[in-house]
Each structure stands twice: as C-alpha cells, then as structure tokens.
Design a protein around this ligand. Structure first.
Ligand SMILES: Nc1ncnc2c1ncn2[C@@H]1O[C@H](COP(=O)(O)OP(=O)(O)O)[C@@H](O)[C@H]1O
Ligand SMILES: [Mg+2]
Length: 477
C-alpha cells in the first residue's frame, strides 16, 4: 500500500515515522519544499519516493498525486489545506486525512470560527467584534472599558495577537491612543483589506485537544500543551511553539477528566456545525486550542484544522497502537474500527532554534547544525527534524525551529534527559532552547484550581459564559 505525506516540518517527521513503522507495511511517499532528513530516512527505508515541490500549488500536488496514485494521503500543515490540497486529493478519488478548504475555514478565519460558535450556541465561545476598517476598531478600543484580545482575523502565523487587560482601569487616555495606533501595526500584517477581530480577554492555563474524525465518529488524542514564547519563563516573542508536553495518560496535570470530556463535546459540536454550514463532512483532525477559564471552564481560543506542531511530536510517539492504520481509517472513513492505546508516561518536547528565530529569519538561516544522533537515541531521546535541510552531508538551518527533541518519561527524568541530549547538539550560531518546558507544572496546577473554583460556582448559579462587562448588542457584543 502507498501513502503520500504532504509537508516538511517536525510534525510531518513524526507522522512519517508512524507511517514507516506500521504493521500495514506502507510505502511512504513524501512531498515537501526541501528534503527533511527524518522524512527521507522513512521514504528510503520503505521504498517510496521523495518529491520536492511547492505544496501550496494545487497543480504541482495534483501531478504528484497522479504519479504516485497512493491509497491515501496525509496533509500535515494548514496552508495546503487553506489552498484546497485536500479537495484535490478527493477530486482525484484518493481518500485523505485533512479537511477540504471549506472546512479549514475554522482555522483560517477567526471571525468565521467565532460566528459559527455563536450561531450554533456552542459552549466555550467568547464575545467578539469584527472590524473591516481601522478607524472603527480604534474608536472601539478608545471607548471600551473591558479587557480584550486583538487579532488579525485571518491566520498570519501566530505573530499578530495582542492581549490587553483592563483598558479603562489601567491606561491613561494617551496610552489608549498609543494602543489604538498599535492596531495599525497589526493591521499592516494583514493583506488586502484591514480585518481585525477584537474579543473578550480570558485567563487560565492553555491546552490543546486534537480529535480525529471521519465525519461519522470521533477519536480524541491525549491532551497536549505547547509553550509559545521564545525564551524561558514565558518571555520573549511568540513563536510557532518552543516545545510541548503531553500526559500522563490522556490528561495533563492541570486538566481533569470532566474538563477533557467537556472539551471533546465542544470539538464534536463544532465539527457538526461545520458540516451543517458547509454541507461537507469534515474529515481529518480538528483541534481545539483551549483555555480553562473562570467564564466557561473549557473555552476555545482558536481551532487548528490539523495536528499542532510541536504538540504532534509529544503525542504521536506515545501512541502504542498502530497510528498509521488509524490515519488510514480516518481517510477511508472507517474510524469507528480504530482502537487507541497510549503510553501512560508523559512526554516532553523541546525545540532547538537558531538565534534570530522568530523575528529575524535571515539571521536564523543558513547555519550548519550537527548532532550526535546515535548517542541521543541511546540516551532515550527521539529527534524530529523541522526547519533544517540536508545539503550534501550537512544539515543547514532554514530559519525556523531546526529540530524537536522528545523524551517519554516522568516529567523530571524527561527534563534531565533532554538537557543531556541538547548538549549533543552544536552549531556555528547560538541556539535557543527552553530548559523550563515541562518543569513549571505546579504553577499551572494552582492557576487551574483558582479558575476551576470560579467556573464551578458560575455553573451552580447558571452564569456560565455570561460576562458582566460585555453587554451583548446585536447578539454578539
Ligand atoms: N481572548 C483571549 N483572551 C486571552 N488570551 C488570548 C485570547 N486570545 C488569544 N490569547 C492569547 O494569545 C495567544 C495567540 O492567540 P491565538 O488566537 O491562538 O492566535 P494565533 O495562534 O493564530 O496567533 C493564545 O495562545 C493566548 O495565549
Ligand atoms: Mg494559537
């Protein structure tokens, strides 16, 4: 059997590894914009073929689909989904893991997502207001007294979100004026017309629930949490994720079973709403990037239309059943037959990125990086290759997170092993690596307890989701 994997990062490396070790004996074919050494290892081992090309070009991908004629496809990243690459697979009669571009709107447009959640009364929704022009958004910020998050309404790779607390209470009018100018800066990131979404600000620990669905049934994966900021203790610019944790078992130390079930219910209701709205089944991964808040308990911050990266690297290696077969069952719409067994021990992932990431791609590109892979594996570390290309015999950085190192073990042991493995990585530039990932869990457990107390008492009083400082007007505000 043949499978065609689209994408080139560490998430796709983790997917390739799962496909390569399946009992189903797949030949793994891959298409990405450069040669990922981890994916290449699997392609070579299984007798597939590696295609280099533009994965955002429907024409190019279609050509590869026709040449390979795979039994099914797996699409890793979101951008090809936004462009309609899953539609192209299905038009060619090939089952694929990944929603059509109509369904991927749930990730692409935060306005579409929030409107959908309100239209279908899905719990965990936040009040929001969408703006088509800057003047209105600025005016709103100047007049409004609550706490807000300002975001570009369309995906710009996690670089545009500003969270602002208690505007009236803490900011002088001059500062609010300065802030409304800040809106211009965010808007500058958005192509075409200016589109922004302002939503009520919430607070609490964040986590991600990934759910596989074939349009008929749902298979939730273990929870994961990603660490967004570039530097230790959560400071520095937001990145695509400097690492992640998963477990123990299917929970996280700060999320309980009941919250897990509620989160799953929210994701299911959303998948059903997408089907009603688009008239198409959602086939692939629907992931809630969630926050446990005093307002609702489990609350949606945004959705992914695919697996998160680096969350995937924390989850996939913990799966003890045949994950590749589960992916095939998703694509071919027999997911109800799937059985998921997960390693009880947790995992930690820490990314290694060249200095310059995430703000200066040029500075972070073109550096040699080397690692003692056999020794790292001996120490119990698994390595997934991300933004790093095999050029001749060297690994050269491409400007983003170069590798992700994963260990499955109790958090303290995993943390120590990761530090040992990181010492086996060297480069001609300085490397960014967060030692604290997986180490700061007590703080989050405490934070969750406070939030839990609040949402539980709201629940008792029938006040879930009702905000005092936000008066709904026209249904949404
Ligand atoms: N309404 C909100 N209240 C509080 N924090 C928020 C809110 N929306 C976003 N954030 C914070 O900003 C981060 C990025 O926002 P998100 O909506 O996930 O956009 P993206 O990942 O596309 O940049 C979130 O992980 C969260 O920490
Ligand atoms: Mg996000």
């Amino acid at each position: 059997m043949k499978v065609l994997l689209i994408g080139d990062g560490a998430r796709e490396n983790a997917l390739a590894e799962a496909l390569g070790k399946s009992n189903r004996g797949y030949r793994v074919y891959a298409m990405s914009s450069y040669v990922n050494p981890g994916i290449k290892e699997v392609v070579d081992k299984t007798g597939g073929k590696y295609y280099i090309g533009n994965i955002l070009s429907i024409e190019n991908v279609r050509r590869v689909i026709k040449e390979v004629n795979p039994d099914f496809g797996v699409i890793g990243p979101e951008d090809p989904l936004f462009e309609g690459v899953a539609n192209a697979f299905r038009e060619e009669g090939i089952p694929v893991v990944g929603p059509n571009k109509e369904g991927a709107m749930i990730e692409k447009s935060k306005v579409w997502m929030r409107q959908l959640m309100w239209k279908y009364n899905i719990p965990g929704r936040l009040r929001f207001k969408a703006f088509n022009n800057l003047a209105e958004a600025s005016k709103f910020i100047l007049e409004f007294g609550g706490s807000i998050a300002i975001k570009p309404s369309e995906q710009v790779g996690g670089k545009g979100v500003k969270v602002v607390a208690d505007l009236q209470a803490y900011l002088s009018e001059e500062k609010r004026n300065a802030l409304s100018k800040g809106v211009n800066n965010i808007a500058g990131l958005v192509k075409d017309e200016v589109k922004l979404i302002i939503e009520e600000k919430v607070d609490g620990p964040e986590y991600t629930l990934h759910v596989l669905t074939d349009g008929y049934s749902y298979l939730p994966l273990p929870l994961a949490q990603d660490y967004k900021n570039a530097y230790e203790d959560g400071i520095g610019p937001e990145t695509g994720g400097m690492g992640s944790i998963s477990g123990p078992d299917h929970l996280l130390p700060f999320i309980n079973e009941e919250e897990y079930e509620k989160s799953l219910e929210i994701v299911k209701l959303t998948a059903e709403a997408i089907r009603k709205e688009t008239g198409m089944d959602y086939i692939g991964v629907l992931s809630g990037q969630m926050m446990l808040t005093g307002l609702w308990g489990p609350t949606i911050i945004e959705y992914y239309s695919r697996l998160g990266d680096p969350e995937a690297s924390a989850i996939i290696p913990r799966i003890r059943s045949d994950f590749a077969e589960i992916l095939e069952l998703t694509a071919t719409r027999h997911l109800s037959k799937a059985k998921l067994e997960v390693e009880e021990k947790p995992s930690i992932v820490r990314a290694v990125a060249p200095l310059g990431y995430p703000l200066d791609k040029k500075m972070a590109s073109g550096h040699k990086i080397s690692l003692d892979l056999p020794k790292m594996r001996e120490l119990g570390c698994n390595v997934y290759f991300g933004s790093v290309a095999l050029e001749g015999m060297s690994l050269v950085t491409k400007g983003s997170r170069a590798i992700e190192i994963v260990v499955i073990d109790d958090f303290i042991n995993a943390s120590n092993k990761l530090d040992q493995c990181f010492s086996l990585v060297s480069s001609d530039t300085k490397l960014i690596y967060r030692h604290d990932i997986g180490n700061t869990l007590e703080v989050q457990v405490e934070k969750a307890e406070i939030v839990r107390y609040t949402y539980k008492s709201r629940e008792k009083n029938g006040m879930l989701g009702i905000s005092a400082d936000w008066s709904p007007n026209g249904g949404l505000w």
